[in-house]
Design a protein around this ligand. Structure first.
Ligand SMILES: C[S@@+](CC[C@H](N)C(=O)[O-])C[C@H]1O[C@@H](n2cnc3c(N)ncnc32)[C@H](O)[C@@H]1O
Length: 310
């Protein structure tokens, strides 16, 4: 797609962006849709998706149009804009602590609606890898179980974040030896599965899903993965505030399609990092993004991220 056509569409705003961009390649081919995930799921063909690897919007308010406009103007809103050091500006961070009781209840409703919309679109035995964080993971897992998914474990991404570990606000000196909460050093990814039809072996034959691809013949897929934040070239290609690293996502997408057959969905694709990971691994995928700027970012980023050696 010529970049001039792309930038013209972007300038013209939401309505003129293409609803669908289909990559021409067969090997690791992908589709990305500029759409609302819930609407897309409601119209999707039942039993058409074989796995989900996604990082949904937490805080929910962060990714509303109002808050994204504030972020892009450098005003912050619910986004925490860290102070600059030596003229070097650090990236804005989501501020989860702003969640009120209403926000928490909205979060549960969001995941309830998501889990219910997703279940029929998945083939039996499809796995769902869903990024979360230690403070709100229960608000995701409960609705997934209620909707009929099986919990199959949790992937622990070992990563040092900037969240937690702080002293009591405005009493830092008085309570110099106190952390209000632990500094988070891991990111949980819920692992769910739509129930299989029959035994795992039956499901693998019929639907190509039900298990996870092993790392090697001798080594099963494991639930602890060390993965630093996306940096350098990845951040330069895809400056999304919640960018996930290719080194990590490629391990998930490989595990998610055990026989390498079928389609992976990322309904909240952001800059398209999951789609790029699938493309790099020769797996088919579909991505959905509702924000025009991030959709445009994904169009550019996917082929570039997929080419990176990690
Ligand atoms: C946490 S970010 C994902 C970022 C992604 N991990 C990456 O590496 O770029 C969540 C994304 O979901 C998008 N989003 C929020 N609500 C959505 C919806 N209803 N449908 C589709 N996308 C949505 C946001 O605009 C945001 O880009």
């Amino acid at each position: 797609m010529p970049s001039t056509a792309r930038s013209a569409r972007r300038k013209a705003g939401i309505g003129s962006l293409p609803p669908l961009y289909r990559a021409a390649t067969e090997w690791g081919g992908y589709e990305i849709h500029y759409a609302d995930a819930f609407e897309w799921l409601r119209n999707a063909t039942p039993n058409s998706i074989h796995a989900v690897v996604t990082d949904p919007p937490y805080g929910l308010v962060e990714y509303t149009k109002k808050e994204l406009t504030k972020l892009r103007k450098g005003k912050g809103g619910v986004w925490r804009i860290p102070p600059s050091f030596d003229g070097c500006r650090r990236k804005p961070l989501p501020r989860f602590t702003v969640l009120t009781e209403d926000d928490k209840s909205n979060l549960q409703s969001f995941f309830r609606e998501f889990a219910h919309a997703l279940l029929p679109v998945l083939v039996p035995g499809a796995h769902v890898f869903i990024a979360t964080n230690p403070l709100v993971s229960h608000s995701v897992y409960g609705p997934f179980l209620e909707a009929g998914f099986e919990k199959r474990g949790e992937i622990i991404r070992v990563v040092q974040t900037l969240r937690g570990g702080d002293r009591p606000k405005n009493a830092e000196t008085e309570f110099a030896h106190i952390s209000v909460m632990p500094r988070s050093c891991w990111e949980p990814w819920g692992l769910f599965r739509k129930p299989c039809q029959g035994r795992v072996q039956d499901n693998l034959r019929r639907w190509k899903t039900g298990g996870l691809r092993r790392i090697s013949e001798a080594e099963p897929f494991k639930d602890i993965i060390l993965a630093s934040p996306a940096r350098g070239a990845e951040k330069a290609i895809a400056p999304h505030p919640s960018l996930k690293p290719q080194a990590f996502l490629r391990q998930l997408v490989l595990a998610a399609l055990p026989l390498g057959a079928g389609v992976i969905l990322d309904p909240f694709m952001g800059s398209g990092s999951t789609i790029a990971a699938a493309h790099a691994c020769g797996l088919r995928s579909v991505g959905i993004e509702t924000d025009a700027d991030y959709f445009a970012m994904a169009e550019n980023s996917i082929p570039l991220l997929a080419q990176l050696e990690v």
